[in-house]
Structures are given as C-alpha cells and as structure tokens.
Design a protein around this ligand. Sequence first.
Ligand code: NAD
Length: 355
Amino acid sequence: MFTRMESAGTTDLHFCLDPASGLRAIIAIHSTHLGPAIGGCRFLPYANELDAVEDALRLAKGMSYKAALAGLPHGGGKSVIIYPEHEFDRHKLMKAFGKFIEALNGRYITAMDSGTLTTDMDAIACSTRWVSCTSQSGDPSPYTAIGVIEGIKAAVHYRYGKQDLEGLRVAIQGLGHVGMAVAAHLAMEGVHLTVTDIDASLVQTAIKEYSAHPVTPDAIYDVDADIFCPCGLGAILNDATLPRLKAPVIAGSANNQLAEERHGIALAERGILYVPDYVINSGGLIYVALTHANEEASVIRHKVMQINPTLQRIFQQAEDAKMAPFLLANQMAEQIFTSSKDQPNLGRDTYENGL
Ligand code: NAD
C-alpha cells in the first residue's frame, strides 16, 4: 500500500467503513501544499478494493496537476465510494460520507464525478461544508465550455496566427453538457461544425440549432477539419485512431484523451498540436473551487479566461524547449506544487495573478 502511495506521490489515504449505511469509502489526498485538496467523488461498482484504491490515487494526482495550472490555491484529491452490493439508503450513505469528509477538517473538498449527482452533494452537505456542486452552487459545465473555447482560441492563434475563429472547421465528438455548449459558442463565432454523438437526438439538435453536419460516431476520426474537439470519452487518442486523424489541432474537454503518454509524443512528432486536456478543461474545476470560496461570477469568469494565456505560454515554452506541450505542462505543474513546499505563499500569488 505504501509503495503504491509513494509511486503516486500521495501524502495520505483514508478509509471509512460505516456498516450502518453500507458506506465503504476511500479518500486519497495527493497534496495540500497549495491549499486544501479538491476533487470529485466517484460512486461506482469496482471489481475489487484495490482497483478502487488505484482509481482514487491516480485521479487525486491528476487533480493536483489541474489545480496547479489553473492557478488555484488547492492540491489534488479524489474520493471513491464503492457501490454497495446490497440494498441501501442513498441519502443515509451520502450523509455518512459527509461525516467522513468532516473528520478531515477541511483537508479535502469533494464535488461531483462519475456516478454522483447534485442530490448526493446536497446529502453530503448535511454533514459537512467541505462540498461543492450542490443544487445551490449549480452545474460547472458552462464554465468548462468557456474554458474550451479559450483553449481553442489559444491554439488557433498559435497554430494558424488567427485572432478569431470565423470560417474554421471544427469536428466535435460528444454533444453532452460541455460539447453542446461548445457547439453553441463556435457556431456564434462563424465556425463550420461537424458533429457526432451516440445519442441521435443531440445530433438533431446541433443540426437544427447550429447548422452542423452530422457524421457517424466512428467517422469523426476521419473528418478533414482544422480542429478535432473531443468532448465525449477518454483514451480516444490511441493506436487505432492516430493514423486516421487529419486535424492539425486537437482541443477538447474530454478527460484523459491520450490512451498512453507515447500517443501524445507521436502526435507531437506528426506536428499535431495536442492541447493538454487537464489545462483546457479546467474551467469546471475553477468554477467548483471559486464557488466554494464564495467568489463572484465575474471573478470566476476572469479566472477561466486565463486558460488562454496559460496555454499560449505552454505552447511557446514547449516550442523553445522542443518538447510536446503536454509534457511541458506536466513539468510546469510539478514545479508549482513542489516548489510551494518551500514557498508557502506561492499558491495564493498564483491564484491572484493567474499563471
Ligand atoms: P456528458 O456525459 O454530458 O456528455 C458526453 C457525451 O458524449 C454524451 O452525449 C454521450 O452520448 C457522448 N458519447 C459517448 N460515447 C460516445 C462516442 N463513442 N461517440 C460520440 N459521442 C459519444 O459529459 P460532459 O459533462 O459533457 O463531459 C464531456 C467530457 O468532458 C467528459 O470526458 C468529462 O469527463 C470531461 N469534463 C467535463 C467537465 C464538466 O464540467 N462537465 C469538466 C472537465 C472535464
């Protein structure tokens, strides 16, 4: 267990068993150097307990990178509730989970993730204030979409030397909460859209509202576009899809787009600009963190807009260092959350000034 924690660089791992509610939960805290750890709660069935621990460790680490480059005064954390095999009272279970979080005294702030709902966050909020994404705080997706648009603009400026998006061709994979909002923004800016989703009704909406051209889910990888915008699944940049991609830029909200690190390196070698996913999709985390800190909407929006200059800096520095931008982003994030050990105020400065 300690070897696994060490390789994930995680400082603490907490377990909670509450037989009365059926709660079996794990909280992984990767780092609190910049501030309290923040990250969502997954509520899923796991094949075994070790898989649940691995998931929490891996995801908590990812959140540290995301928070660092978003310039937030937070470290990364993640929690996992193992879906009970027997009947259970969901509200009671979530309240018990809230007590578990409360016992950590503010070291970890939870939010929604796969399998959890706003109503779960409301139940957790009955036991602790260290929770976001309640029905009062609202949906982070519109802010994720704003960040994706800023990321696309940064990539277009860097790759095509253009200040606006008019006339560009963008292929969007996935028209859910984020993808549809991105489609709406892009259509407003005069972008030609090609779209896909496994849900035909969402495709119909995009055709009707944004004059989008539909393709089947598998055909999206072959679209001749200026930008490929993955807003559905993870691991879509893999051995099977890489040879098919025609777009010189990949910029979308999906988490963990690279199946493996080597796929990111292969994209860079082919001259394709892959915009690091955890930077371009950090608008949601910024919203969650700053809403929890009771910041005004204008402050949150301003912070999300900083994704654009942050990415421009990453692209330029990566070019200077002859590195793939996603690798440089990792280095920058690591520098932020490790150097703060010796400079305790770095998190606050980064937060106020943008990265
Ligand atoms: P969502 O579930 O609302 O939308 C995903 C969409 O992708 C759905 O409409 C689904 O039908 C579609 N889809 C699934 N498989 C597909 C396939 N094979 N081909 C085409 N379409 C497919 O999710 P979301 O909240 O819009 O998030 C989209 C992605 O962005 C996810 O990877 C998520 O982890 C990531 N993300 C979301 C947020 C946020 O604020 N919602 C923040 C950061 C990252």
